[in-house]
Design a protein around this ligand. Structure first.
Ligand code: ADP
Ligand code: MG
Length: 711
């Protein structure tokens, strides 16, 4: 065999084949998910020490920020009177000495051993006539030589040092040399993109001879990661279009027209455009697979209803699935109201017409009522049904479901989405699917996570909305409660969101109850307060929500159950306690509960304790912007991919090097490339190496390869 090594082959060679990697080392490597040579080569350096920029110890002067490299002469640990640790290290090179002091980093004594070579970055100062660095950044260089030294993420726990990893990756690359590493992209393409080939890139990222080489190599390997994902998405999309067929609707029916005519306001341009995009999809036999994203209050509900009515107008059914009961109820109320008075043709009635039937199905609906709804769904007398996951329970079926809307994708996941589609399948027809999300995600992220969905964006708010003023309250909350009381005295209402304890319903409920008690006896005494949290019985939740909506309550004290969908335009004040515990997206969602009318609204982010720098950045972002898309970009910058992929979602580990915030242009390029490479049958026939690589990639993700490529 003289062909260059493919990634599949590299992924089949155990790291145990490398020198010095015995069973014990192999076990340590496994702890950090390195099992194969491919894993090792894609275990990328965290940063580099550029020794050409290094200062000699004899040359440094006080006040200077420098990078120095030296050997450790001695390490001592002391304790201060109040039991704080001080680790003092003495460093030397062939020109002089330098003292290092680490405060409160007792573990340094274990990390820094006599004789080790380390690189340091920090500011030099003069202390008792000695040159000294305090709490510098430390990189262990080990015995490695070279102008630029790669520093790997190391694992104290697994007992792996950066030079172990460096040594093994150097060896692995050297042993790949006789056969070389396969380059699946054409020379011409690489030239156009001004990228090195893959083998060169691997070599340069692990053993660079200049920093400019690193960035080129990085781009090539980033493209590798992103292109694989885009190819899978592209193939999946084409295969889906090819294999599934749905119902082609007439669109623009009298039912839809009369619905639009009766709206008390004009559609926004964005709503018109989006409805048009959806209608085009619904008129074809290929089942729609579309993501509708829009900021809070952008008016997604209307777009959803428009799609559902398009199905109903042709004698089929529509279903809307929401993540919580509160939200399902809310949707039901607004859809039922919007659909009030609409009629559809029905030959079995005397007039040939009957009122449109809209029902709700949650776990709150029980007994005979429940049976009736379920029966109506089966026999087709129910036209529209809104519900929670109750809609996808065993024993539920539809007469002819042709449009499914799923709200708040983040809370359902791909799994449930496909169950609902599956349930709706009849006579081999698939329902059209519209996924709505009120958590805007940056464009490039959408391309990566929802790349197989078409995307419609509502990027415009209905006119007449007053901007929400947002304040981060750092110390005294008195002004907050004063403002709230004054709004209430003018007939408005308010929300108070309780501190989020953790991902635990129970603790959140306790926190809500405590907050409720404190407020009702203290700051908000005399006002009519209602309590809402996830642990209350459904009936109580509904009663409280109804009372608040009807204006019988002034303040709703709640957990994040109100995050989505709750729509009470008269509410103008939002107080979020311990706001530093929430993420940007969540704060933005919560804030979106106010400002839903022409009243001036205010959101207070209360964080009076000392908070982390990250939390400060989040609260500041919220103060500065009310644009969900801008905030999503900011969030991506601050937190990285974690914002987009949840733990279970595959995909997260596929991006070891690429950053959706930093590598936006490469996401777009990868997508364009994939579109050009995959042919109209959803295959990479003309690109054998890539074809095999995609197959390997999908198998490696533990997904059912056939399914993913087909699904
Ligand atoms: P979203 O679900 O996108 O957050 P909704 O669909 O709940 O937003 O709409 C928010 C509010 O705006 C609702 O009260 C709705 O009736 C109203 N609304 C929707 N579209 C328009 C429009 N074009 N003009 C005025 N008000 C609108
Ligand atoms: Mg909504």
């Amino acid at each position: 065999m003289t062909e260059p090594l493919s990634l599949r082959e590299l992924d089949a060679i155990s790291v145990g084949r490398l020198q010095g990697v015995g069973p014990q080392r192999q076990a340590s490597l496994r702890e950090v998910q390195i099992e194969t040579v491919f894993d090792l080569l894609t275990h990328y350096p965290r940063r580099y020490v550029d020794r050409s920029r290094e200062a000699k110890l004899g040359e440094v002067t006080p006040g200077q920020e420098v990078m120095v490299v030296g050997d450790i002469e001695s390490v001592e640990t002391r304790r201060t009177r109040n039991r704080k640790s001080i680790v003092e290290v003495s460093l030397f090179d062939d020109t002089g000495h330098l003292q290092l002091v680490f405060f409160n980093q007792a573990w340094r004594a274990k990390q820094l051993k006599e004789g080790l070579t380390i690189a340091l970055f920090g500011k030099v100062d003069l202390y008792r006539k000695q040159l000294r660095m305090t709490n510098p950044v430390v990189d262990l260089v080990g015995d490695r030589t070279g102008k630029i030294i790669a520093i790997y993420p190391q694992s104290e726990k697994a007992g792996l040092t950066t030079w172990d990893i460096g040594r093994w990756s150097t060896e692995a690359l050297r042993r790949c040399e006789p056969r070389g590493i396969e380059e699946p992209l054409s020379r011409q393409l690489l030239e156009e993109l001004q990228l090195p080939d893959r083998a060169t890139a691997f070599k340069a990222i692990h053993q660079p001879s200049s920093t400019s080489e690193v960035s080129q190599a990085r781009n090539r390997l980033v493209l590798d990661e992103l292109l694989r994902i885009q190819l899978v998405l592209r193939i999946r999309k084409i295969r889906r279009l090819e294999s599934a067929s749905g119902i082609a609707h007439k669109g623009d029916s009298p039912l839809v027209t009369s619905f639009l005519d009766r709206l008390p306001f004009k559609l926004t341009t964005a709503q018109q455009r989006t409805m048009e995009e959806v209608t085009v999809d619904l008129k074809t036999e290929q089942p729609m697979h579309r993501l509708l994203q829009g900021d809070v209050g952008a008016g997604k509900t209307l777009v959803a209803l428009h799609a559902l009515l398009t199905a109903v107008a042709d004698g089929h059914q529509g279903a809307l699935m929401a993540p919580t009961e509160v939200l399902a109820e809310q949707h039901y109320l607004s859809l039922a109201e919007l659909a009030e008075g609409l009629e559809i043709s029905d030959d079995s009635t005397l007039t040939g017409r009957r009122p449109l039937s809209v029902k709700v199905l949650t776990n709150r609906i029980m007994g005979a009522e429940r049976q009736q709804v379920i029966k109506g769904m089966q026999n087709g007398s129910v036209d529209l049904v809104i519900g929670t996951h109750a809609l996808i329970q065993e024993g539920i079926s539809f007469s002819s479901l042709s449009v499914v809307v799923v709200d708040e994708q983040h809370r359902f996941g791909v799994e449930q989405r496909s169950v609902l589609r599956e349930r709706g399948r009849s006579d081999g027809k698939w329902p059209h699917l519209l996924v709505m999300t009120a958590t805007p995600i940056p464009r490039t992220a959408a391309m990566t996570v929802y790349g197989d969905l078409d995307v419609s964006t509502l990027d415009e708010l209905p006119p007449g909305r007053m901007p929400i003023s947002t304040f981060w309250v750092r110390d005294d909350t008195e002004a907050v409660w004063q403002h709230l009381r004054s709004e209430i005295s003018q007939g408005r209402q308010a929300y108070v969101v309780c501190p989020l304890i953790e991902e635990s319903d129970k603790l959140d409920a306790n926190s809500a109850e405590t907050t409720m008690d404190l407020l009702s006896e203290g700051e908000l005494s005399g006002l009519r307060l209602g309590l809402l949290h996830g642990r209350l019985p459904a009936i109580d939740k509904k009663e409280t929500m109804d009372a608040f909506r009807d204006g019988q309550l002034d303040v709703l004290v709640a957990t994040t159950v109100i995050e989505v969908g709750v729509d009470v335009p008269n509410a103008t004040t939002m107080v979020i306690l311990s706001a530093d515990r929430f993420g940007i997206a969540q704060l933005h969602q919560l804030r979106g509960r106010v400002g839903r009318d022409a009243h001036r609204s205010t959101c207070f982010l209360v964080a009076t304790e000392e908070i982390s720098e990250d939390a400060e950045a989040r609260l500041q972002a919220l103060e500065e912007s009310t644009d969900g898309f801008a905030l999503a970009e900011r969030d991506l910058e601050l937190r990285g991919e974690g914002t987009i992929f949840d733990q279970k979602q595959s995909g997260r580990n596929d991006l070891k090097l690429a950053s959706l915030a930093r590598d936006r242009v490469w996401v777009e390029r990868a997508r364009d490339l994939a579109a050009g490479l995959v042919n109209e049958n959803g295959s990479l026939e003309q690109h054998e190496a890539l074809q095999d690589e995609v197959r390997w990639f999908v198998e490696r993700r533990d997904d059912d390869a056939e399914n993913l490529l087909r699904g």
